[in-house]
Design a protein around this ligand. Structure first.
Ligand SMILES: [Zn+2]
Length: 87
């Protein structure tokens, strides 16, 4: 899989198997505005067709590897602390 700076994960529509699959996309300036473009060289996870001609449905939320796990833990710690203080 090609590694390109600025690449982001997105839901990409595969026109061969008509499924929404995960793919890497990158922003590209075209006609004065920014467009998302599927990074060439990827294959559909379902039908293995080239994803070069697929189009982007939606960007997946950027998942910060630690913050997404830290937040729920911090939220859980607060009620637990209250429960201990009350007991
Ligand atoms: Zn496909």
């Amino acid at each position: 899989m090609p590694v390109v700076n600025n690449s982001r994960k997105a839901k990409v529509y595969c026109s061969m198997c008509t499924r929404a699959v995960d793919g890497l996309v990158m922003p590209e300036m075209r006609g004065g505005h920014c467009q998302l473009r599927v990074i060439p060289g990827q294959k559909c996870g379902h039908c293995r067709a080239s994803m070069d001609v697929c189009f982007v449905l939606a960007l997946l939320p950027q998942a910060p590897p630690l913050a997404s796990h830290e937040r729920p833990a911090a939220l859980r710690a607060l009620p637990a602390g209250r429960a201990i203080a009350a007991a």
